[in-house]
Design a protein around this ligand. Structure first.
Ligand code: SAH
Ligand code: SF4
Length: 348
């Protein structure tokens, strides 16, 4: 089996290169080609002797994900579907923004065990955890493609498939690799969680400057539980307690995600309840009109309603932004491309 060099730490790469019969300093050169120059072929490592390159090609590879499909949206959103070594499928998305930011949205699990009813990934159930290297490689691939065009990957969000705090150690290890290998500052990395309160506290204790997003979507426990079963385990009070702990510990604000669903959570009354709930907490609300999925009947909130919702929040001193839904024409919502591909396979 070929050795995936992205899965090796710096020390492991040293040992591996020495075992290959190469000089130790070659490991440093290879590391720099991988993470500084971000080349995607051994052939491009131009200060290595031909025999070394031949040995590397014979024994190793740069990455293990196999690209299944790629879709580019009119707004520049670029979505990938990868097959992993065991045949499982994951998605990642690159989103260019007008201000030159390049944001990768990456997956932390195959499927998801949390079962949020509106979510395409939740609807497909849980496959397995990704390893740190499988999470990291999604961003690495974007970084090296951008490097070829003279661009840099500037931001990463853990908002693809899966619940990063349900795969805590691998997600945190991947986050640290993004910082050390791709030199992405922690402030440019966001972890999004459905609300696993103990892990929010643990994350607060890590001493990292990374951003935290919490998917709230509802202010009433019974209604939130109906949309997001995790709420039966950690209810809104416990969740907000953990968020307050995070803010106290890190001095950083929490972003609450709000998938705006028509008639469900876009009313003025709901905005007032949210305003009251979040008063006194250092936070921001990110509103994303629902991306319709096959398994859920809800429809996105209308923009006039969303605007009014933001106005009400402003009255409570709570800032909010409405995120543009990106890549609508290419199923860029979490888990949606896979759902489409699997459905087409079944039909075909
Ligand atoms: N599991 C984590 C991160 C992945 S989901 C979490 O739930 O936070 C990333 C974000 O997309 C979450 O805020 C989630 O609630 C939201 N989301 C999922 N399905 C959606 C849909 N159909 N429309 C809009 N947002 C959705
Ligand atoms: Fe999992 Fe997040 Fe989707 Fe909920 S919204 S099912 S936690 S990926």
């Amino acid at each position: 089996m070929l050795v995936n060099l992205y899965a090796l730490s710096r020390a492991e790469l040293n040992d591996f290169i020495v075992d290959l019969g190469e000089e130790r300093y070659r490991a440093r050169q290879i590391w720099e080609w991988m993470y500084r120059q971000r080349v995607d072929r051994f052939e491009a490592m131009s200060n290595l002797p031909g025999a070394t390159i031949a040995r590397l090609e014979e024994r190793c590879r740069l990455g293990s994900h196999e690209l299944v499909t790629r879709q580019r949206s009119r707004d520049g959103t670029d979505k990938r579907l990868y097959r992993l070594h065991d045949g499982q499928l994951i998605e990642s998305v690159l989103m260019p923004y007008d201000d030159d930011r390049m944001t990768a949205c990456i997956s932390s699990q195959v499927g998801c065990a949390m079962g949020c009813v509106f979510c395409a990934t939740g609807q497909m159930g849980f496959g397995r955890n990704l390893s740190a290297s499988e999470i990291f490689e999604q961003a690495m691939r974007f970084a090296r493609e951008l490097a070829r065009r003279g661009q840099r990957l500037s931001n990463v969000v853990f908002m693809g498939m899966g619940e990063p705090f349900h795969n805590y150690d691998a997600s945190l290890a991947a986050l640290r690799q993004l910082m050390s290998r791709l030199e992405i500052g922690a402030r440019h990395i966001t972890l999004s969680t459905v609300g696993l309160a103990p892990q929010i506290r643990r994350f607060a204790d890590e001493g990292l400057q990374a951003r935290l997003a919490v998917s709230l979507h509802k202010t009433d426990n019974a209604q939130r539980s109906a949309l997001m079963p995790v709420n039966t385990r950690w209810n809104i009070d416990e969740l907000l307690d953990a968020c307050r702990y995070y803010v106290t510990r890190t001095n950083r604000r929490v972003t609450f995600e709000w998938a705006a669903i028509s008639g469900e959570n876009d009313t003025c009354e709901e905005a007032h309840r949210l305003g009251r709930l979040l008063t006194g907490l250092l936070c921001h609300v990110n509103i994303i009109p629902l991306n319709p999925t096959g398994g859920y009947a809800g429809v996105p909130a209308q923009s006039a309603r969303v605007k009014r919702f933001c106005d009400v929040l402003r009255g409570y001193g709570i800032s909010s932004t409405v995120r543009v839904r990106r890549g609508i024409d290419i199923d860029a919502g979490c888990g949606q491309l896979i759902t489409t591909v699997l459905r087409n396979q079944q039909l075909g």
